[in-house]
Design a protein around this ligand. Sequence first.
Ligand code: NAD
Length: 506
Amino acid sequence: MSGASDAGIDGRRGAAPPAQAGAAGLAGAEWVDTFPACVAGRWQWLGSQFRVISPGGQPSATVADCGPAQAAEAVETTVRAFEDWRRSTPNERSRILRAWHDRVMAHREDIARTISREMGKPITEARGEVLYAAAYVEGYAEEARRIYGEAFVGAGSDKRHYALRAPVGPVYAITPWNFPAAMVTRKAAAALAAGCTVILKPAEQAPLTALLLARAWQEAGGPPAALQVLPARDPVPVSAAMFADRRIRKLTFTGSTEVGRLLARQSATTLKRMSLELGGHAPFLVFEDADIDAAVREVMASKFRNAGQTCVCVNRIFVHDSIADVFAQRLAAATRRLVIGDPSDDATEIGPLVDRPGLEKVAGHVEDAVRHGARVLCGGHALHGTYFEPTVLTGVTREMRIMHEETFGPVAPVSTFTTEAQAIALANDTPYGLAAYAWTRDLSRSHRVCDALDYGIVGINDGAPSCAQAPFGGVKDSGMGREGGPWGLQDYLDVKYVSVKLAAAA
Ligand code: NAD
């Protein structure tokens, strides 16, 4: 392959000292200039590269740009690797995954700094993401030993029937930029635990963290060919090779609904299993019996995490009209106190948005809302670079764009309701169905509301329900399949029915 070499990711060739000028080594705190791809079990520094721009203004990096040649090599590699990996014992897989967890934890500060640098997440949140990402690996190290089948009674007494579980096969995984570590481990750890091999294409805005995770996998003794990472400036050529090849048995995708729909159509040609974790438009219902300060705290935690660039971020806040004014004032007061700054600074709570199109979308939602009569209680403006002021809007109505589209930014739109039935109808008035939240102290209401919400995840008095043990995923336009806990493992397993006919005793 032209321009490729098999130097290690830290710039070393085997055990030799650093050979690559500018490659300071991923084990240190320094940002390396050039990152390789991880294809066919080798670190490949390709002739073609693309730039990863740091939205927080830190030095950018270049990374190998994979195309059809690397995709073809990766497919052949993963198909061969699958034949070995599927035969590894659950205990072996568990041990390697456990060691992977330990290596991720050993590199946690490097990984957190890389997340923060490549997509602008405040460093304290990035550290939290690494722990969240590592928890998936640890969880699947345990789940790897818990792949159960069933024996059941069939039609005749001369037969024995079993439903076994078998790995689906080589998996193609596509991840977004907003959780560059957790979205990788949530998929890859579950797939690897099930006995599948993985080709991962990380988002072009933030591909570097995935490479650090692959390095940690190899350090842990994971077969290099079982987890390949193909960064690509243009996702289409690499993906086209995967969709065309029926030996790739599953697509797992996290990203926008629009792209998910496109990929589902492309997967149909070779009838791949699919898990699609797509966009959200989360409502937060605050009932009249709410502890207002606690509700404000939960909305803050959900809305402003990652500067609002989270699929489960609150995007529509509905407050009972008897408490709406006081709620909005307190929310605005808390929002004004958020510390905007350099994402590498420990004090920063709001960093930049990932890129200019992201900023333009957020600014567009605010302008549109104001044009249609919304009031800005705080914020409302773009700042330098891709920063946007944390914003609270009131008087938000149904015809505004912000009530229909995912904002993916630090804007909290508040509107009101009068009855419980109205609140539920407003919350469900969207094609999305990922996460929804409600704040109430009424036990019966909390259960009624929970039953009525058409969402995959419901937080009652809890603005941050995600954890590695839980089933994460949505309904309707938010996708299909679940990641996390035992549910996430099942998405990488097929049911194999076995029927044994017994001969009569001689
Ligand atoms: P995106 O859909 O633009 O991109 C996601 C990934 O898809 C990237 O890796 C990108 O390179 C790839 N991609 C884009 N077009 C493609 C194509 N034509 N063929 C193959 N691959 C293609 O989304 P994004 O902007 O990176 O991420 C934000 C979106 O992700 C939001 O909608 C958010 O809600 C969603 N998200 C969902 C979850 C979840 O679990 N439901 C989690 C995080 C993010």
